[in-house]
Write a protein that binds this ligand. Structure first.
Ligand code: GLA
Length: 355
């Protein structure tokens, strides 16, 4: 047993050493995007403020070749009132990407949350009809996709429409209550009409858990069978130190791509916490090691599936700020990314670039 552990540690040390050497040898300007050049673009979710901050901007440009707006293109922020759009933040991100030759993934066009309240209601505050809601969705998608046509290569068209409950397929959102499942197909059609060249994704979490995976597959199959312009599935990949296993990730990729569509990893992070909300242990050396191994193993699965995977995006840049600092436990610091709070590469980084 001890021998196995020692062997494991030695192996990890060698991997990290090899990675550090690779970074050193290749010059300090080599980033994730360069290591993964023959595989897929590597992206990061950003805010306009991060792009204005010199240190974070430099790290982004060194490491990544794709950006996703963390919030700026969601329906609430970008379309706060029926006759008013707020473009500043989204424009800032797209302009930055254009200036530096980065790809942009648009995120997202239709979701059950961060949706403006006006979307579902008439002037009296009553829920609108299906016809009205679909027309509003169409106008929204035409405006947003149309504005960035040719500048945004891929869109998350519908986000999280599948239920978490095992006894139902569709999430019981207001979209679903008013439109049934028709809004999903329609959203893809509108997006395709607005930019026929954009690559269109259905984006979801929990996509590797067998039961939810099979529901997501069912939805995708329906869309594909109905001739919807859906090109791929986004696996959000908000994962933990133990879950899902590499085999489950691989199985999910194989299942979804059997439909002839591609996969993107759209929101990757590896939380150092499990389901226990009372756990406030923080980032111990054991967790750091486990996370390093996990990142290494996960990226091996991605590389092995390179014919199916057309992009991998991290959700946030560094441990300085992650959405997991306030979810699911407000104020509990998390350490889910490849760069530490000082923007330095962690051991996990080395395990991703050593292959
Ligand atoms: C979901 C959404 C993302 C983001 C994360 C949490 O995964 O798709 O846009 O809001 O939740 O930050």
């Amino acid at each position: 047993m001890l021998k196995v552990i020692l062997k494991g540690r030695l192996l990890l040390f060698l991997i990290i050493f090899k990675g550090a050497a690779a970074v050193a040898q290749s010059g300090s300007d080599k980033g994730l995007k360069d290591f993964y050049k023959g595989y897929f673009p590597v992206g990061v979710a950003v805010t306009p403020a991060q792009l204005r901050d010199p240190a974070q901007q430099a790290l982004i440009l060194q490491q990544f070749n794709s950006l996703t707006p963390e919030n700026a293109m969601k329906m609430g922020p970008i379309h706060p009132e029926e006759n008013r759009y707020y473009w500043n933040d989204a424009d800032a991100i797209v302009n930055f990407a254009q200036q530096h030759g980065l790809k942009v993934r648009g995120h997202n066009l239709c979701w059950h949350t961060q949706t403006p309240a006006w979307m579902f209601r008439d002037k009296e505050g009553k829920l609108v009809t299906k016809e009205v809601l679909l027309e509003r969705l169409k106008q929204h998608i035409y405006a947003v996709v149309g504005r960035y046509k040719g500048k945004i290569y891929a869109w998350d068209v519908v986000n999280e429409a599948v239920a978490d409950e095992n006894d139902r397929l569709y999430r019981n959102s207001l979209w679903y209550q008013i439109c049934g499942d028709d809004y999903i197909l329609k959203a893809f059609q509108y997006a395709h009409e607005a930019d026929p060249d954009a690559v269109l994704f259905y984006n979801e979490y929990g996509t590797e858990q067998p039961k939810k995976r099979d529901r997501v597959f069912q939805l995708l199959k329906k869309l594909v069978d109905a001739g919807a312009p859906v090109n791929g599935v986004g696996l959000q990949a908000h994962w933990s130190l133990t879950d899902p296993g590499a085999g489950q990730i691989n199985d999910a990729i194989k299942l979804y791509t059997s439909l002839g569509i591609k996969v993107q990893i759209t929101e990757l992070d590896i939380s150092v916490y499990g389901p226990d909300r009372r756990d406030t242990t923080g980032y111990t050396p054991e967790r750091e090691q486990k996370q390093t191994e996990r990142y290494g193993a996960i990226f091996k699965v991605f590389r092995d599936n390179k014919q199916y995977i057309t992009g991998v995006t991290f959700w946030n840049l560094s441990d300085r700020h992650s959405w997991l600092d306030s979810f699911p436990v407000p104020g509990r610091k998390n350490y889910p990314l490849l760069f530490d709070q000082n923007l330095q590469p962690k051991k996990a980084y080395q395990s991703v670039v050593s292959f």
